[in-house]
Design a protein around this ligand. Structure first.
Ligand code: Q46
Ligand code: ZN
Ligand code: ZN
Length: 316
């Protein structure tokens, strides 16, 4: 197996590109794919100030590393979700990563700052943990980006993530979601721009990137994700990809090229949600459709509640 570029021994084969790469040219490929996504989707300009949502997992640490390698001014924000040992370990991993490189990392711990955690919020609201978790993360990343004057919030969603979300949205023909499924969401009334620069790279490539760059990431998945539909969609797509390399990429980029605009044009509710009159939350000052925003409402309901023991893997 030889590198397509230099003919030296290769360390990875990428079946959808029908090519093998040595370490140096694989790392270059990853940076090139990110640079291309930034350019093709007009994510941000050179000199942009970026806030990377970091979790300690491979994708968020890799995207932070690649953006810095490409010369962007990128800082990190980590949110301590209070999900038992998983959060302890992911916090340690993220702090060590940032400290080793001397890169600015802001940390918000839900328990310390707001007196709740994700498992407790799930119990109090009687909803799945990912619901309270997603709401908390979106709000805190948005707020930090707007207050910090950042040009965009960066997340580490990769091709496998986006294809799995697209698969789920398509299976149920969730046209509102399809209308908004883009690797860039522009800033609007109090919300920052959001970008996904890893959409041209798959899960396996991100693992290889971290190994070759010596990035120590948390391998364990969030225990709350067990039984998540998203994981089932990924497995289904992996089975298809094994039979027919390139299917995931064709599915996702074919949707962006040929279908997304139709859903956007035909989705009055998506347009209306952009046009919804937003007021200012009386509690946090952020954008809100009511007197207080959904995050502040969650905090009011949950703060101070008896902390619950973590739901163990497989029981959610
Ligand atoms: S949403 Fe759900 Fe993730 Fe939050 S509770 Fe865990 S699995 S961390 S991306
Ligand atoms: Zn090479
Ligand atoms: Zn609020």
């Amino acid at each position: 197996m030889k590198c397509r570029v230099c003919r030296e021994p290769a360390v990875i084969d990428i079946r959808r590109h029908n090519a093998n790469f040595c370490s140096e040219h694989f790392l270059r490929l990853c940076r090139d794919q990110v640079a291309r996504a930034i350019k093709d989707f007009e994510m941000f300009e050179p000199g942009a100030r970026l806030l990377v949502a970091v979790s300690g997992g491979k994708d968020s640490l890799a995207v932070w590393d690649i953006l810095r390698e490409l010369g962007y001014d990128a800082d990190g924000l980590y949110i301590g979700l209070g999900i038992g040992e998983y959060s302890d370990e992911s916090g340690r991993t993220t702090r060590a990563f940032a400290e080793q490189r001397g890169w600015p990392l802001q940390i918000i711990d839900l328990r310390e700052a707001y007196d709740y955690d994700v498992p407790t919020a799930a119990k109090v609201t009687k909803r799945v943990p990912c619901s309270a978790c997603g709401l908390s993360k979106r709000h805190l990343f948005d707020q930090a980006a707007v207050e910090g004057g950042y040009d965009a919030v960066v997340t580490g969603h990769n091709l496998d993530d986006e294809a799995a979300v697209l698969f789920g949205n398509t299976l149920r023909w969730q046209t509102d979601y399809l209308a908004r499924q883009l690797p860039v969401l522009p800033a609007r009334s109090g919300f920052p721009r959001k970008v996904k620069p890893l959409v041209r790279l798959g899960e396996r490539e991100m693992v290889a990137y971290c190994v070759l760059r010596g990035i120590d990431y948390i391998v364990e998945e969030c225990p709350m994700a067990a039984g998540n539909k998203h994981l089932g969609y990924k497995e289904a797509l992996n089975a298809i990809e094994a039979q027919s390399p390139g299917s995931k990429q064709a599915f996702y980029f074919g949707f962006l090229d040929r279908a997304q605009a139709h859903f956007a044009a035909a989705a009055p509710t998506a347009e209306r949600s952009d046009a919804v009159e937003l007021t200012t939350c009386s509690s946090c000052g952020g954008p809100s459709s009511g007197e207080i925003c959904a995050f502040c409402f969650l905090v009011r309901r949950t703060a101070g509640a008896q902390p619950v023991a973590l739901t163990v893997k497989g029981s959610s």
